[in-house]
Design a protein around this ligand. Structure first.
Ligand SMILES: Cc1ncc(COP(=O)(O)O)c(C=O)c1O
Length: 497
């Protein structure tokens, strides 16, 4: 099958763009002329009505309804995308966040209660993580990593230290080396031990006077808790280096263990992934940075400040050592408000239960699936685990084949070929809200796929058969980016735009 074809198994689900469907006069509504436009001719957006597709209401509704039915989401079924933590999003948190929509950031009076809520969230995060201070501004996990490493860079500068190397275990998240590099550090990958976590003895061999920090993902991308974290923190501190923890997997340990108690100096958390908002949907995220006392002066500004009257305001000064602004306005406020609503609705016990239930669900799946699939590491895991295609590969069935076949069983595929320490990885994360019935349905689907791989391996190469778009040529797609609707203008084999 040519990869450049737009492949749909069911022609009726090939949904054209609205402007392709439009034709003059289809929309019978007459929009009023723009109000008095005198003197505004040169302002952008004031030259008459925009060129909207001319379609009727029913066509518009059907268009979006059909598109939504071609999609797969967490409201549809389990979404076992490891590392992305596709949690169910409680509707109450969405509703509360939506109440912010009318608030304009320039309206100081309206913003005051918002600042109060943000300050409250900072306090909760500080407590949950066992750190001393927090900045909510970074807009995503990777942005949090960058901000945290800029804080460390500034702290080193302030003490006249020229260290420039950050050590990163091979089980770290993929964004870690990129963030350190952008913050101006050189990175060096160090191997985790055969049990899937970093051993202090390995770290010791790599430490020297150029080591600025270790950036460690904990729990790591194998779902394994870094068991030597205390010894690791001690070694780093003795060496004058910082311990940075990628805390994006906090959802596995919140309410149970606190990074501050492990000796962490600086960390970020992903509010999406952990406190309600989904990850992986391309929507807004939030990656707050948390630090211990020593690094607090270097956190971004402005900061939320409570004046003598008890009112909340933003304050640019006096923070002479701050790294400054990392985001316009207040970061992704609506994600922060969702996170606060999630934290308050669950409470300390509820957060702990969410973490332990997520791990229990993952353990249940792991123990049932390891009978049919190769389990990369035997070490106990928390919220996610990694299988490989080692057993199926003998019959010519790869991780990609299995992921695509899973779609025919009504599931979104798990994360594949990551982490890189496992060849042919299938990284599975169920999250805490999946009921036993859904976990069992997933196990049955995976068992079926294991059986197909033994008995009819060729069938897996054709999957998905039930999805609107079947197997596409991903290499072709990556090399020929088409960033506009093809509209019949780009022919197979032609260069994309
Ligand atoms: C462990 C870990 N670190 C960092 C990130 C990066 O977060 P973001 O995608 O929000 O930049 C992720 C995202 O999934 C993650 O799982």
């Amino acid at each position: 099958m040519s990869g450049s074809e737009y492949v749909t198994r069911f022609p009726e689900v090939r949904e054209p763009l609205l402007n392709v469907k439009g034709a003059p006069g289809k929309n019978k509504r007459v929009l009023p002329a723009p109000f008095d436009t005198a003197g505004t001719a040169d302002l952008p957006g004031t030259r008459g009505l925009p060129d909207l597709p001319d379609v009727s209401e029913v066509e518009t509704v059907r268009h979006f309804t059909r598109l939504s039915r071609l999609n797969y989401g967490i409201d549809h079924g389990m979404y076992p995308l490891g590392s992305c933590t596709m949690k169910y999003n409680p509707k109450i948190t969405e509703e509360i966040a939506a109440r912010l929509a009318p608030v304009h950031p320039a309206d100081t009076a309206a913003m005051e209660p918002v600042l109060e809520r943000l300050a409250q969230l900072q306090d909760h995060l500080v407590e949950i993580c066992g750190m001393d201070a927090c900045s909510l501004w970074p807009a995503a996990g990777a942005h949090g990593e960058l901000t945290g490493m800029m804080v460390i860079s500034r702290a080193l500068k302030s003490r006249g230290d020229k260290r420039r190397t950050v050590l990163i275990p091979d089980t770290a998240h993929g964004t870690n080396p990129a963030s350190c590099t952008i913050a101006g550090f050189a990175t060096k990958a160090i191997p985790s031990g055969e049990k899937g976590y970093l051993e202090a003895s390995t770290l010791r061999q790599h430490l020297d006077q150029d080591t600025a920090a270790l950036m460690i993902t904990n729990p790591n991308t194998l779902g394994i808790f870094e068991q030597e974290i205390h010894a690791i923190a001690e070694l780093l501190h003795e060496n004058g280096s910082y311990l940075y923890m990628d805390g994006a997997n906090l959802n596995a340990i919140m309410g149970v263990a606190r990074p501050g108690d492990m000796g962490v100096d600086c960390m970020h958390v992903n509010l999406h992934k952990t406190f309600g908002t989904p990850h992986g949907g391309g929507g807004p995220g939030s990656g707050p940075v948390l630090v211990g006392k020593e690094l607090e002066p270097f956190l971004p500004s402005p900061r939320i400040f409570r004046d003598d009257s008890g009112a909340y305001a933003l304050e640019e000064e006096p923070y002479p050592e701050s790294i400054g602004k990392v985001h316009s306005c207040l970061g992704n406020v609506s994600v922060c408000i969702r996170a606060l609503a999630y934290i308050l609705s669950l409470g300390p016990q509820g957060l702990r239960e969410a973490a332990t239930t997520a791990s229990l669900n993952a353990l249940y799946l792991k123990n049932r699936l390891k009978k049919f699939f190769d389990l990369a590491y035997e070490t106990p895991t928390l919220h996610e685990f990694v299988l490989s295609d080692a057993l199926q590969k003998e019959g010519g069935v790869t991780t990609l084949d299995m992921a695509k076949t899973l779609m025919d069983f009504g599931f979104h595929p798990p994360t594949v070929y990551f982490p890189l320490v496992v060849a042919g990885a299938l990284m599975i994360e169920p999250t805490e809200t999946e009921p036993l019935e859904e976990l069992d349905r997933f196990v049955r689907a995976m068992e079926n796929i294991a059986a197909m791989s033994r008995e009819e391996p060729e069938k897996t190469h054709e999957s998905p058969l039930a999805a609107p778009v079947s197997r596409v040529d991903e290499v072709w797609a990556a090399r020929n980016l088409i960033l506009t609707w093809p509209d019949g203008r780009i022919q197979p084999g032609e260069e994309g735009i």
